[in-house]
Write a protein that binds this ligand. Structure first.
Ligand SMILES: *Cc1c(COP(=O)(O)O)cnc(C)c1O
Length: 382
């Protein structure tokens, strides 16, 4: 029998979350962001749930090929553009749209031989200081691209550093608007946090900015997978989004601990009263964070409980003190939803580990078997 651990990808939740993004920005088109193998879910596994998007945004050319291989004929955007000259050949061949964030990428385009002119997204560094042309150099880059026969259409793009926090988006939006005001082309600026918080209907919307934040395309990532972009200020339930991934494993051992008995490596948990504990077939080698301390929430047979002691490589321990029915074979939901509909969000677990939901789902280990629910008619997963 295989080790009793499994991840489940919920196709209906992906569809629901995508619809939630659409409701937040009804006049924009949607890039479903599927970089990092669809945030650890598997591009092939999320395709059915996300094919209602208007395009797929990602980073690896290999992933772009996989999306085309699934039969997607619509837009695909390379969020970081190309990494070397010959990547442009693949862009021409597969009709990939690509970000242009530096002079080197324009140089590559200028010497690229193609009879299919490219759609490019010119990226501005409006304050995040990661990728993009500074506001001072942006228009010169636009002009240079506009003169290239290899370029068919230029869209305008930037990325927010603080859409999820108190600083917000106003300053970066003002920089972007000032520079791009009279430039033609479609615009895309919003990640999940901006899409939920700063578009019309969002709690932090400014009426004069909301439509510009939605722009022509929004780029939701984490919200599509059911993670809240601004936990703990707002949780996934508040945003009306559902977990797209469940990680679950069974209890494979039960121990009775006496008062004063210690648990696991480092003996970090000591029983203050006699108690029952369950040993679960999930550890940090499966992608469950070792940094989750005693008290991290889990569901045991759909009932809330908590972890105890240190997470080890292949096992972790849950509290069964208040769950007399639970025992050998009980199903433990590490994140996602249980059979009874109860949810423990990636955000809650991540917060306990001092990280964010993004990191948890992206780090699901290869050794965890993954199934798609409902099972696809043809076996498209790999
Ligand atoms: C990853 C990414 C997104 C999606 O971000 P989320 O916070 O997960 O919604 C949007 N735009 C760009 C450029 C990205 O790299």
């Amino acid at each position: 029998m295989p080790r009793p651990i499994q991840a489940i990808i919920h196709t209906e939740s992906l569809r629901h979350n995508l619809a939630r993004a659409r409701a937040a920005a009804p006049d924009a088109r949607i890039w479903a962001v599927v970089k990092a193998n669809a945030y650890g879910h598997g591009i092939e596994r999320v395709y059915e749930g996300l094919r209602g998007a208007d395009g797929f945004a990602l980073i690896d050319l290999d992933e772009a090929q996989r999306v085309r291989h699934l039969g997607w004929r619509g837009p695909i955007l390379l969020l970081e553009g190309v990494f070397e000259q010959r990547d442009l050949e693949l862009c021409s061949r597969l009709g990939l749209w690509h970000a242009v964030h530096c002079d080197e990428q324009i140089d590559m385009l200028a010497t690229h031989k193609t009879n299919v002119p490219h759609r490019v997204f010119l990226k501005m560094n409006s304050g995040m200081n990661r990728l993009g042309f500074t506001p001072e150099r942006y228009r010169a880059a636009w002009t240079r691209l506009n003169l290239l026969p290899q370029v068919e259409e230029i869209s305008l793009m930037t990325h927010f550093a603080d859409a999820d926090g108190p600083q917000g988006i106003a300053q970066q939006m003002a920089v972007f608007n000032a520079v791009t005001q009279d430039l033609p082309g479609e615009r895309t600026v919003a990640n999940s946090a901006a899409t939920l918080r700063h578009t019309a209907g969002g709690p932090l919307q400014k009426p004069d900015l909301a439509a510009q934040v939605a722009g022509d395309w929004v780029r939701p990532g984490i919200m599509v997978y059911g993670g809240s972009p601004d936990y703990p200020e707002y949780d996934a339930a508040h945003w009306g989004i559902q977990p797209a991934m469940t990680l679950q494993a069974r209890i494979i051992g039960v121990q009775e601990m006496a008062v004063g008995a210690a648990l696991g490596y480092g003996s970090s948990f000591v029983a203050e009263q006699a108690t029952r504990i369950g040993i679960v077939a999930c550890g940090y080698a499966d992608g469950y964070p070792r940094l989750c301390p005693t008290g991290t929430p889990v569901l045991v047979d759909g009932q809330r409980s908590r972890t105890l002691g240190r997470v080890s490589m292949d096992m972790l321990v849950v509290d069964l003190a208040h769950l007399p029915e639970a025992g050998m074979g009980s199903m433990v939901t590490l994140w996602g939803k249980a059979g009874n509909g109860a949810v423990v969000s990636i955000d809650e677990v991540a917060a306990k580990a001092g990280t964010v939901g993004w990191e948890l789902i992206c780090a699901l280990s290869l050794r965890v078997p993954v199934v798609v629910d409902p099972a696809p008619e043809t076996n498209a997963s790999r």
